[in-house]
Design a protein around this ligand. Structure first.
Ligand SMILES: O=C(O)CCC(=O)C(=O)O
Ligand SMILES: [Fe+2]
Length: 323
């Protein structure tokens, strides 16, 4: 089994002619590995390239800046993740990666910012990269539009009205992360990873990766397959909220990274994590719980779920954090 490429041409707007065909392809992928590539996604190649250039500048700031803007200094866990700070697979060594996190610029008087909900507001930007806030906000808006459309196609794939999930997206929790993986060390043991095996926690992840490769996905049979970079495509994968929403019909599969194919160069990747509104209730949608059976997951809010996942993978004891 391999990871399918889904062509979004003719399916990028509500009711577009290829929507049903694309929804059927999504359903098949979601019931298998929970991973697929998207082609003709509407985001210009130049914008993606510019984001990689920015990632390099953001991660090249002096170490003192990275430490001063360390993510746990921000109530919403935005800023720099230092090398080795996260352990995505609790049985492995700390991840060999560093990253910069940012999110949507919600205004200070937004009720969720006022309430102090994690992931709302409070970005930390390095003075060395003055173009970062505006450029990241534009990229986030492009990713958010694509995420919302993918959620509409997912609704369609579940025989629901295309707009079914729209009300859960009023004030979404979104995280943009720019990651750098150093070359995998020579002689590294089998417990060493750039990102240890994990499932994503949210709804949809849209990943831009550079040309090196290194991402591997665990297929339903248990084997690990490379998610080889494909020019012009994003990798999309489903996070843990989707099995909750679909009573386990759709999957969020484990994946991991080892930067072993880059001939010693660092690997950059830019995942965008789309999660619904903090207060959105995540429970099985109609048609997914067989008659006479109880739902497989207890209902929860999206915020409760996310906060718990950050707590589990960062060793700092902070109440809240994202893969
Ligand atoms: O870098 C990658 O290719 C994947 C990163 C990832 O899985 C994550 O940040 O959740
Ligand atoms: Fe991930």
């Amino acid at each position: 089994m391999s990871i399918p490429v889904i062509d979004l041409q003719g399916a990028l707007t509500l009711g577009a002619p290829r929507s049903a065909e694309v929804a059927a392809q999504m359903r098949a992928a979601a019931m298998a590995s929970g991973f697929f590539y998207v082609r003709h996604h509407g985001v210009p190649a130049e914008q993606v390239q510019a984001q990689f250039d920015l990632a390099r500048r953001l991660l090249d700031v002096p170490q003192a800046t990275r430490e001063a803007l360390e993510m746990h200094r921000s109530p919403s866990l935005r800023g720099y993740e230092l090398m080795g700070a996260q352990t995505l697979d609790a049985t492995a060594r700390p991840d060999l990666k560093e990253s910069f996190y940012c999110g949507m610029a919600y205004p200070a008087d937004h009720p969720y910012v006022v309430a102090g909900y994690q992931t709302y507001g409070h970005n930390q930007w390095p003075a060395e990269v003055p173009e970062a806030p505006a450029q990241c906000e534009a990229y986030i808006q492009a990713m958010l539009a694509l995420s919302r459309r993918l959620m509409q196609l997912m609704a369609l794939s579940l025989q629901l009205p295309e707009t079914w999930f729209d009300p859960t997206s009023d004030s979404p929790m979104v995280t943009l992360r720019m990651i750098r993986y150093p070359a995998h060390p020579d002689g590294a043991d089998e417990r060493t990873f750039g990102a240890g095996a994990h499932t994503d926690w949210g709804a949809i992840t849209i990943l831009a990766q550079d040309g090196h490769g290194g991402l591997e996905v665990q297929m339903p049979a248990g084997d690990w397959q490379p998610a080889t970079p494909i020019e012009g495509c994003f990798v999309v994968n489903l996070g843990d909220m989707i099995p909750r929403w679909t009573n386990g019909l759709y999957h969020s599969n484990p994946h991991r990274v080892r930067n072993v194919h880059s001939s010693g160069a660092p690997r950059y990747s830019i995942p965008f994590f789309y999660e619904p509104d903090y207060l959105a209730r995540i429970e099985a949608v109609p048609g997914t719980v067989p008659a006479g059976e109880a739902p497989r997951f207890a209902p929860c809010t999206a915020g409760e779920h996310l906060v718990e996942m950050y707590r589990r993978t960062y060793a700092t004891g902070a109440e809240t954090a994202a893969p």
